[in-house]
Ligand binder design. Sequence first.
Ligand SMILES: Nc1ncnc2c1ncn2[C@@H]1O[C@H](COP(=O)(O)OP(=O)(O)OP(=O)(O)O)[C@@H](O)[C@H]1O
Ligand SMILES: [Mg+2]
Length: 269
Amino acid sequence: MTEQPVLAVEGLRKTFGDHAAVDGVSFTVPPGGSLAIVGESGSGKTTTARMLVGLERPSAGRVLVCGTDRTSPPRGRRSRLARARDVQMVFQDPYLSLDPRVTVAGAVEEPLRLHFDLDQAARHARRDELLDRVGLGEREAAALPRRLSGGQRQRVALARALAVEPKVLVLDEATSALDVSIQAQIVELLRELRATLGVAFVFVSHDLSLVRHVADDVLVLRRGRAVESGRAAAVLAAPEHPYTRLLLDSVPRRGWDPARIAADRRALA
Ligand SMILES: Nc1ncnc2c1ncn2[C@@H]1O[C@H](COP(=O)(O)OP(=O)(O)OP(=O)(O)O)[C@@H](O)[C@H]1O
Ligand SMILES: [Mg+2]
């Protein structure tokens, strides 16, 4: 018997007016697994991510967390809180979700206060443990968000998301705004967190070069539809769909030829 997926998505669809932003997307993520959702700008990645965490209502299809359908609206505060705990999201720009007046320490305590009944000493201990896990020390803990670098802010966002012990962490372009050396540090942190905490990842990115480092599986979206999926290593080594090949060719590297990529892109459309 195969293990029940921690996340299962069936025929997910979202329309805005008469435009289908996401159109019949299905996938599963095993416990502790990692799926990368890739595709170019406008392919429906963020819309998919937002439906996973309940920020967007699907027009059709289902999202199941540990076998439980969470597409219908939650009943009451308890159920809403329980759902919020299961699937957490980290955005490209954590600055937007951090209160500029609250210190890092306070920002990490907030979800602990909301979701757990801890006394102050226990809450502080848990806060410090979380900060330590994401590589932030006492100096950062006392700082306001504007005093932090982009990489440090992303670490705070991770600590806040992990505070509620989610089963799935959805990361939407979570490293895309960081410079490459900081990006590498955050990718390494994500690998560590996955290995030690067993939390499953849905890693949304337009950047195929990152996928092999963060994901076991990959799903390629084009205009809201999945055109290819499979083990990340296999898909990256031998992409079957011309669109996947185009995405791979588009990653800058030695011999990179923007003119040829643009021509291939026109041929595909
Ligand atoms: N709230 C909305 N109202 C109307 N259209 C929307 C809305 N959100 C997204 N769309 C449209 O849905 C499509 C998919 O958008 P989405 O943000 O999911 O793409 P994406 O793959 O995340 O792109 P990017 O890589 O640029 O972040 C786009 O055509 C977008 O314009
Ligand atoms: Mg997006």
